[in-house]
Write a protein that binds this ligand. Structure first.
Ligand SMILES: NC(=O)c1ccc[n+]([C@@H]2O[C@H](COP(=O)([O-])OP(=O)(O)OC[C@H]3O[C@@H](n4cnc5c(N)ncnc54)[C@H](OP(=O)(O)O)[C@@H]3O)[C@@H](O)[C@H]2O)c1
Length: 278
């Protein structure tokens, strides 16, 4: 009797062990088939996609090139030599010491009178909008003015100027019915830009941007420190390095797509941005 009890206990332990092993194997297989193998597929095709893209001699503009995302995006664009003409549109002239920037065109505009600067938005095939401010910096009204009105007016002028592919840096959680002003404005501007009917419209929704911000933003600094203490998988769900966002934008832009609108969320940004193993 005691012998048969210990036999059944042993069988139960063995069954649990087998189940755990099977689950582990399944998990490993899943992990292999997930981002890992798709990244390998991307690795094989990205250089070719970039080469094909370069051959098309496209022109690009960046809004917000003085900001954390915009300046990394500009650097990546120049390093990858993806476009035959690069223009940055901003409210002030930027100075660059490096040789690589010598052919960058600059358009200095007054965002309160954008209609007077329509020519700055003419003739670009692709546009990236990394414009934005914070409520703490500009007040609620100022925030809406920049993150909604300036973005929307710029998109309108870009569309009128012939831009085919518009890329908007929005935010994780963007939702026009949110009770948080930030997320609500991000959601509203996403939808209103869509109404302009670009041939291709890509929305990027990153979580907290990880960067060494030049401007002091104590709350953002604290949040970044907090994410730094979390296990990588949790942190990756809610935050992303700026350089990964920029690479995701470019890796996406070089891939032909027949989708009119695509939303790239934080998880997709991570895999797209690291698609060539960088
Ligand atoms: N911070 C985050 O963790 C986070 C997370 C998700 C999404 N986002 C969104 O991602 C976008 C880019 O963020 P970021 O942190 O890279 O931006 P950033 O460093 O704050 O840079 C913002 C850009 O917008 C321009 N800008 C701000 N106020 C302006 C005004 N009144 N008139 C004209 N231009 C103005 C800035 O120009 P100047 O240099 O001349 O001021 C700068 O080029 C924003 O829309 C932001 O909401 C941010």
């Amino acid at each position: 009797m005691r012998w048969s009890k210990s036999l059944s206990a042993g069988a139960a332990v063995a069954a649990v062990a087998a189940l755990v092993t099977a689950l582990l194997l399944l998990w490993c297989e899943d992990a292999g088939q997930g981002t890992g193998s798709s990244s390998m597929a991307e690795t094989a095709t990205l250089p070719k996609l970039r080469e094909d893209f370069r051959m098309q001699n496209k022109s690009v503009f960046i809004l917000g090139a003085s900001g954390e995302t915009g300046r990394v995006l500009l650097k990546e664009i120049l390093e990858q030599s993806l476009f035959s003409k690069v223009t940055i549109i901003g409210r002030r002239k930027l100075t660059f010491d490096e040789e690589a920037y010598k052919n960058v065109n600059q358009e200095v505009v007054d965002f309160e009178k954008l209609d007077d600067y329509a020519s700055a938005f003419q003739g670009h095939d692709v546009g990236f909008c990394c414009l934005g401010t914070t409520r703490a910096r500009a007040g609620a009204e100022g925030f809406v003015r920049v993150d909604r009105d300036y973005v929307l007016k710029s998109a309108e002028l870009a569309k009128a100027g012939g831009c085919k592919h518009f890329n908007l840096q929005s935010s994780k959680g963007a939702d026009k019915s949110s009770s948080f002003l930030y997320l609500q404005v991000k959601g509203e501007v996403e939808d209103r830009v869509e109404e302009l009917k670009f041939d291709r419209y890509s929305i990027f929704r990153p979580g907290v941007l990880l960067c060494d911000r030049q401007e002091s933003r104590p709350t953002e600094w604290l949040v970044r420190k907090f994410f730094g203490c979390l296990p990588a998988s949790w942190a990756n769900e809610h935050s992303v390095p700026v350089v990964t966002v920029c690479r995701a934008m470019l890796n996406n832009a070089v891939r032909p797509s027949d989708k009119k609108r695509e939303v790239v969320d934080n998880t997709a940004i991570h895999s797209l941005g690291k698609a060539d193993g960088s």
